[in-house]
Design a protein around this ligand. Structure first.
Ligand SMILES: *[C@@H]1O[C@H](CO)[C@@H](O)[C@H](O)[C@H]1NC(C)=O
Ligand SMILES: *[C@@H]1O[C@H](CO)[C@@H](O)[C@H](O)[C@H]1NC(C)=O
Ligand SMILES: *[C@@H]1O[C@H](CO)[C@@H](O)[C@H](O)[C@H]1NC(C)=O
Ligand SMILES: *[C@@H]1O[C@H](CO)[C@@H](O)[C@H](O)[C@H]1NC(C)=O
Ligand SMILES: *[C@@H]1O[C@H](CO)[C@@H](O)[C@H](O)[C@H]1NC(C)=O
Length: 953
């Protein structure tokens, strides 16, 4: 009993609930390691205060682009594991003094684009591990003295675009021992005077002072002894700017200098340049009021290797223009309106490896670049080049990258690229090329990346790319390609990526043999946005991808006439296919054999199709692809996810089915996806009643699967709840409340135990009694069925107390058996030994016509005797027969019978006799007894054998 009781108690101790995994409005970046460090994205969610609660093991938190106004003291209280925190693009103007001080592990803090006006002393308290601090685009006017004192690991501070006016505001930064990069652009500094700063920024490597309205730049102390990079672009707008550097050696560590968009006087520039004798990379874009030749003469020191000269209106590159810069490696001439140049323009730039003349007005190259044999990068994009001559790129044997996109090229002859034996990357997109047949006949032999997007190609002829056996990526999208001839791509033995999206390819283009032959290593094909269309799922005679056994990724999404049907053997041959994009195709169902040849499929995207039909996705469809990892079914009119139950997708980790007509998600569906990590069911028509109770509970509480944006799921039905939040639906009324059941269960057991022991103790005999009665009842039934006759084994069963035995044996037995010939049943004589006594009693009573009870005071006290009366009286009522004969051997007053309630009732109703007292005549008594035993009448017309008043007994 007690062990059962404890078991009951144990079942009530329910497992304690952990935090659910689904965050309102935030997502946990996937892939994540469950136990590991989390990246939580809460950006662009309309938050007006810091979201909470967030998982305490969040390491990277992005709450940018919200409307948060203040950071309160406890906002990040549980997030002491944070390493990266982005709170940019909010409206923060107030940060509680110690709000960030628990973030002792924080390394990057981005507070840019807020409304902070002051860096207060305790704002950044305790951030000992902070290395990157962004406070750009705020309204900061003051930086309090102690504010940065504890940031001993700070390397980078960005104060760009604030309201700092005086260099003296920078004092607190001097306390940062390891500061390397300091961004101070776009503030209000008018005067930069080193004497405003008491000591040097040792270790500072990069300083950005751009876009400050400086009128004075004065250095009397070397406050930047380690500076390597200095940005002073867009600072000096008047030619009266006062530039003074006490010692030319002060800035001689600077290697990278930006002086773009400034307004100097010519001799001033010369003076400035003297301070930057060791600069090797300089930007002089958009200078005002200079002759470029003069600038170059002053700027091109022997150490200069890279020069930016953008936007300086150099329409003609003159002879010998770059003579002062003979040692340049890189020259950028973007956006100068260059339309004319000469071989002699570049004559001296023998060491030039990078030339960028993009966004100019070049129409022809006129062999001018031949003189640059060491060129590795040549950027000519955004010009007006129409024709390329065979000699234009002659000699450029070292060229690696050639950018010719956004020109007007119509055709390119085979000879143009013949010398470019080292070219790796060629971009010819956004031209007007009509054909590529012949263009690549002689190479570039080493080409790896070829971009021909957005041209006017209509056909790809046989062997068009045959020489390009190193090519890995080929872009042919956004053209008008309709015909692809057999072996068009033959020879591209190293090609891995082929892009053919947005052309005019139809199913007929693909129905020829060998369209994709000759690319044994192809891993990815994009055929999206074409005109491929089928009107049946019937097998194709020539499955299009038979030769692409290494293909991993196939995109055929968004066919403009709708693919409508995926022929059952469409994917035949793609035995390594892992990713299949088949969205937006107007497909209504998939043939069960669709994936029978693609056993490695891991990602299936069927977004935006019409899969409303219940059998659109038969479970059997998924049998060959049990490794499926991610399935995307957004906007497919899905009504149920039941197909997943039989699909056996035991490896599925991401299921996206947003914007559908799903009403119910049940336990079986979720349990059929044991690896599910991310579930996106936004925008469905959920029914908010108990049939979804399990799902709601699970979505809120489970800690394995992230249910994306659960808080946005709305009820569609019942109409009374339409628009209400699904997660807020109260499932408690649906749940059988286990606590309560356990309570009731155990209490009942306790009470029952008490009752039973109580009864056992106090009402033992009544119980035993009831049991016997029951036995009698059973026996009686049996008997009725078996012997339905009137002859009894005995005439009478004599029930008496042992003390009456002498009278019974000496008088009653000889009289009745001897004289009257009756058969009597006596317990000491006729009971079967070995049989339970109660069974013997029952048998005796039922095998006898009558039961004669010899009543004395002792008889009434005896247990067994009262059983005998009990059974007999049961028979009496049951058979409606007068079977009981009561013989009072002693005088017993009625009131003494009352404890034997039953007996009293019997006496009232039954035949009874009284033993004659000594001296009385006994003959009448024996006669009456004999008659009583032999009488067969029913109770109804029984004879009252004695007219005596009951009360006299
Ligand atoms: C979650 O996003 C919704 C809509 O973007 C917005 O209305 C709601 O206020 C956000 N919840 C919280 C807690 O900020
Ligand atoms: C800073 O980070 C290091 C590990 O990079 C860690 O050991 C140390 O405890 C951190 N400092 C503080 C103040 O938490
Ligand atoms: C500094 O801030 C400016 C302005 O917001 C931004 O453009 C720049 O990328 C930032 N630089 C760094 C290194 O944070
Ligand atoms: C090439 O020569 C033509 C004709 O002489 C001239 O108009 C054009 O500007 C030259 N192109 C360049 C880039 O110098
Ligand atoms: C320039 O090129 C010549 C030979 O082409 C070479 O010897 C020299 O080292 C190069 N100078 C620099 C600075 O690259």
């Amino acid at each position: 009993m007690s062990s059962a009781f404890f078991f009951v108690l144990n079942c009530c101790v329910l497992t304690t609930l952990t935090d659910g995994f689904s965050l309102s409005n935030c997502t946990i970046y996937f892939p994540f390691e469950y136990s590991g460090h989390l990246k939580v994205l809460c950006n662009r969610m309309g938050y007006w205060k810091t979201p909470s609660p967030l998982p305490h093991n969040t390491v990277n938190l992005d709450i940018s682009y919200n409307a948060i106004q203040r950071i309160a003291e406890w906002d990040f209280i549980r997030l002491s594991n944070l390493i990266i925190l982005n709170i940019s693009h909010n409206r923060i103007h107030e940060i509680h003094a110690n709000a960030l001080s628990d973030l002792t592990n924080l390394e990057e803090l981005n507070l840019s684009n807020n409304k902070i006006t002051k860096v207060t002393s305790n704002l950044l308290n305790g951030l000992a591990n902070l290395t990157h601090l962004r406070l750009d685009s705020n309204y900061i006017e003051t930086i309090e003295n102690q504010s940065l004192a504890t940031l001993s690991n700070l390397r980078l501070v960005n104060f760009t675009d604030n309201k700092l006016m005086h260099i003296s505001e920078l004092h607190p930064l001097l306390r940062v021992p390891h500061l390397e990069e300091l961004y101070l652009g776009e503030n209000g500094f008018l005067v930069f005077n080193s004497s405003d700063i008491p000591s040097a920024f040792f270790g500072l490597k990069k300083l950005d002072l751009s876009r400050n309205p400086l009128t004075v730049f004065k250095m009397t102390e070397n406050i930047f002894p380690d500076l390597e990079e200095l940005d002073l672009s867009s600072c000096f707008q008047t030619n009266t700017s006062n530039w003074f550097i006490l010692d030319k050696a002060f800035l001689n560590t600077v290697k990278t200098l930006n002086l773009s968009m400034n307004h100097f006087e010519e001799n001033q520039l010369g003076y400035i340049m003297q301070s930057f004798a060791s600069v090797n990379w300089m930007a002089l874009d958009n200078l005002k009021g200079f002759k470029v030749e003069t600038v170059l003469e002053k700027a091109c020191s022997p150490s200069l290797r890279g020069l930016h000269l953008e936007g300086n209106q150099l329409s003609v590159l003159n002879d010998c223009m770059f003579r002062p810069c003979a040692l340049l490696n890189a020259l950028h001439l973007r956006n100068n309106g260059v339309s004319r140049m000469y071989k002699s323009s570049f004559d001296h730039l023998v060491n030039l490896t990078e030339l960028r003349i993009q966004k100019n007005n070049l129409m022809q190259l006129n062999d001018t670049l031949q003189v640059l044999p060491n060129l590795r990068v040549l950027d000519l994009h955004l010009n007006s080049i129409q024709n390329l001559d065979c000699s234009d790129f002659a000699n450029l044997t070292q060229l690696r990258q050639l950018y010719l996109h956004k020109n007007q090229i119509v055709t390119i002859k085979a000879c143009v690229f013949k010398d470019l034996g080292n070219l790796e990357e060629l971009i010819l997109s956004s031209n007007r090329m009509l054909t590529v047949s012949g263009t690549f006949k002689h190479g570039p032999l080493n080409l790896q990346y070829l971009d021909l997007n957005n041209n006017k190609l209509s056909a790809i002829r046989r062997n068009s790319f045959k020489a390009l056996d190193s090519l890995r990526t080929l872009h042919l999208s956004d053209s008008q390609i309709l015909n692809i001839y057999p072996y068009a791509f033959a020879g591209l033995i190293n090609l891995t990526d082929l892009h053919l999206a947005s052309n005019k390819i139809t199913e007929r283009t693909l129905e020829k043999h060998y369209v994709f032959a000759g690319m044994p290593n192809l891993q990815s094909v994009d055929l999206g946005c074409n005109y491929i269309s089928y009107n049946t799922q019937e097998e194709l005679q020539i499955p299009p991808f038979m030769h692409l056994s290494e293909l991993r990724v196939l995109k055929i999404n968004s066919q403009r006439r709708g693919l409508n049907y995926i022929p059952s053997n469409f994917l035949k041959g793609l035995k390594n296919l892992q990713v299949f994009y088949a969205g937006n195709l107007n497909v209504k169902n998939l043939h069960v054999d669709t994936f029978s040849c693609t056993p490695k499929l891991a990602l299936l995207d069927l977004t935006s199709n019409n899969l409303a039909n219940r059998n659109a996705l038969p479970s059997r469809l998924f049998q060959p692809i049990s490794g499926l990892n991610k399935i995307t079914l957004g906007r497919t009119h899905l009504k149920s996810l039941d197909f997943l139950v039989g699909a056996n997708l035991s490896n599925l980790t991401i299921l996206r089915a947003s914007t559908n007509d799903l009403e119910f998600i049940n336990q079986t569906i979720i349990q059929s996806l044991p690896q599910l990590k991310v579930l996106d069911l936004q925008n469905n028509s959920f029914t908010c009643d108990c049939s979804n109770a399990w799902f709601i509970d699970w979505a809120v509480k489970n800690n394995k699967t992230q249910v994306l944006y659960l808080n946005r799921y709305e009820c569609r039905y019942p109409l009374s709840l339409s628009g209400k939040s699904l997660a807020a639906f109260n499932t408690e009324s649906c749940n059988v409340n286990y606590d309560f059941i356990c309570f009731i269960y155990s209490s009942s057991i306790v009470i029952l135990t008490l009752v039973i022991s109580f009864i056992y103790h106090f009402l033992k005999w009544q119980l035993v009694y009831a049991y016997y009665l029951f036995l009698a009842f059973i026996n009686d039934k049996k008997r009725k069925q078996t012997l339905n006759q009137l002859d009894f084994q005995y005439d009478a069963f004599i029930s008496y107390n042992a003390q009456e035995e002498p009278w019974v044996l000496e008088e009653l037995v000889p009289k009745l058996e001897g004289q009257h010939g009756l058969r009597l049943c006596l317990h000491h004589r006729d009971f079967q030994p070995g049989k339970a006594i109660i069974d013997n009693i029952v048998d005796a009573i039922y095998n006898s016509r009558k039961t004669v009870c010899l009543i004395t005071h002792n008889y009434l006290k005896s247990v067994w005797c009262s059983h005998e009366i009990q059974v007999a009286s049961f028979r009496l009522f049951d058979e409606q027969k007068d079977v009981l004969v009561l013989v009072f051997l002693e005088d017993i007053p009625m009131h003494q019978l009352s404890p034997y309630y039953r007996m009293r009732k019997l006496v009232k109703k039954q035949t009874f006799l009284r033993r004659p007292k000594p001296g009385e005549d006994t003959r009448a008594f024996w006669q009456k007894l004999k008659m009583a035993i032999e009488s067969k009448e029913d109770m109804k017309d029984r004879q009252i054998l004695s007219g005596k008043d009951e009360d006299d007994i």
